[in-house]
Write a protein that binds this ligand. Structure first.
Ligand code: AMP
Length: 517
């Protein structure tokens, strides 16, 4: 028995160290072992691992031949697609730094990112190249659509890709979602990203070459860049890429493709459940695991989703600055609904008070993290880097509780705390209480200035289809669940709650709405 255990441990360690290797090596390995296996597919085309290894080498050669040097920044302005993945892997194989940008970004946002990262080249759709030229007249624009364009063309292969062996160097600059202030460029290494594959997705979620992942998350965000691009290549899994999330399209893909793993943000699972309930449909076809990250997954939603579909929905906590994951619930071990799980093995986590002292287990404080996945820093921003990274510890700005068994719960953002007459209110706690009402589809809580109390909480709610809700019902519901100082001052019934692509509530937009009103 003992020797069998040893054998399993040895094999696991081997698999884990195998996963951390330069992209060129990972691709060569997959291409040698499973050349015909599907790597990525979108609505227009697909590539096998054999083709992906070859095509990304060609893109890297093209970049090198066109003057892109090691460490140069290259922007990606493409929708979620196989093109996106090929461009990104090609950039990294050329030893350059990939700078992903939202395809829906405004001209101002694109200009800011291209200038801030000093990009020398940019991949874009042929019909939208002007946008990139406008941002920086000197930039080398590369038209790329459906695998066609000079960068991917046969015969463009010249010098072999640099395929740098140093994995600790910058490989990606990801602009944070920016729920507040100007977006900062988070510099990440391939080593940090693949450490997450090796410590989280492969051993905990069981991601392997047997999986077929359905990704609707935006690839320019760290969650998808890690799980849906880098980790797919490292494990040899296959993936279907949706351009963006829609419940009907998702149901269609699930019905037609043998998907086994479904990542998303809480709102995705929320809408999937709502639709399935309307249709009386209880199946998710071949899906074995759903993964949620990016924002708080309310315990009641987690429970209802699992009992409705009979599929595990695992909450994990990820941050761009930690190359994504810090915690993930295990499909095998015990779980506490509403907790985002145990910190990944090998990662140090602490919850501290305002003076930097560790708080008692179960008490609230700021979460700080140290480990191999922590960012290299913010691009060209030593002040922001020094304030976020202290003695190797990344200060997350998230309020959290670690219970005595090590389970982590995120209770809010330091900056979002509402201080009502000197008492602290975490909007997330009020939102969770409101979510427990069966007629609530979505909700958000923000603080607004108050003449005597400093600030008071205000709630925005969306009722479920066919349900009637008003302020009095929500207030009575809150009174039974929250201390009186946490009860919203006003409740607005609305049709929409603004969220980022990674599911986060854009509280500043709600505050703007209130100011305008
Ligand atoms: P981003 O850098 O855009 O990925 O955003 C990271 C932030 O998302 C974290 O600092 C948290 O505030 C939030 N977040 C991510 N995952 C979770 C989760 N599972 N539960 C609660 N908040 C989360």
């Amino acid at each position: 028995m003992k020797s069998q255990k040893k054998h399993v441990l040895g094999r696991t360690l081997m698999i884990i160290t195998d996963l951390i290797a330069p992209i060129g090596e990972l691709l060569r390995r997959q291409a040698a072992e499973r050349p015909q296996a599907l790597a990525f597919r979108d609505k227009d085309r697909s590539v096998t691992y054999g083709e992906l290894a070859e095509r990304t080498a060609r893109i890297a050669s093209y970049l090198q031949a066109n003057g892109v040097g090691p460490g140069d920044r290259v922007a990606i302005h493409l929708p979620n697609s196989v093109d996106w993945v090929e461009a990104c892997l090609g950039i990294v194989r050329a030893g350059a730094v990939a700078v992903p940008m939202s395809f829906d970004a405004t001209t101002e946002e694109i200009t800011y990112r291209i200038k801030d990262a000093q990009c020398v080249a940019a991949f874009g759709r042929p019909q939208r190249l002007d946008l990139l030229r406008e941002a920086s007249p000197a930039i080398h624009v590369i038209a790329f659509e459906n695998g066609e364009g000079e960068a991917g063309a046969e015969g463009s292969a010249g010098q072999p890709p640099r395929d740098p062996l140093d994995m600790e160097r910058p490989a990606f600059i990801i602009y944070t979602s920016g729920t507040t202030g100007r977006a900062k460029g988070v510099v990440l290494s391939l080593q940090g990203m693949l450490w997450v594959t090796a410590a989280c997705w492969a051993p905990i979620a069981g991601l392997s070459a047997d999986d077929y992942v359905l990704n609707s998350l935006p690839l320019y965000h760290s969650y998808a860049l890690n799980l849906a691009v880098v980790s797919i290549v490292a494990t040899g899994a296959s993936e279907y890429l949706m351009e963006s999330f829609s419940t009907s399209r998702l149901a269609e893909v699930l019905a037609n493709e043998p998907i086994t793993l479904l990542p998303g943000v809480p709102t995705v699972f929320h809408y999937m459940l709502e639709r399935a309930k309307e249709e009386g449909r209880r199946t998710l076809s071949n899906v074995r695991i759903c993964l949620s990250a990016g924002a708080v997954l309310p315990g009641p939603l987690n429970q209802e989703f699992e009992s409705w579909f009979g599929v595990k929905l695992l909450d994990g906590y990820g941050i761009t600055e930690t190359s994504t994951m810090v915690t993930l619930n295990s499909p095998r071990g015990s779980r506490i609904m509403g907790s985002c799980g145990l910190p990944l093995p090998g990662l140090a986590t602490r919850v501290i008070d305002l003076y930097g002292r560790d708080v008692e287990p179960g008490s609230e404080g700021e979460l700080i993290v140290r480990g191999p996945n922590v960012m290299l820093g913010y691009h060209n921003n030593p002040e922001a880097t020094a304030s976020a990274l202290r003695d190797g510890w990344y200060h997350t700005g998230d309020l959290a509780r670690l219970d005595r068994f090590g389970f982590l719960s995120i209770t809010g953002r330091l900056k979002e705390i509402i201080i009502r007459g000197g008492q602290n209110i975490a909007p997330a706690e009020v939102e969770e209480a409101i979510f427990a009402h069966e007629s609530v589809l979505d909700c958000a809580v923000v603080g607004i200035p108050h003449k005597f109390l400093g600030e008071v909480p205000v709630a925005f709610i969306i009722p479920r289809d066919g349900h009637q809700l008003d302020e009095a019902v929500i207030l009575a519901h809150c009174q039974a669940r929250l201390s009186s100082y946490k009860i919203p001052h006003v409740v607005h019934v609305v049709a929409e709650i603004p969220r980022t692509a990674s599911g986060k509530i854009q509280r500043f937009k709600l505050k703007e709405l209130l100011r305008e009103a």
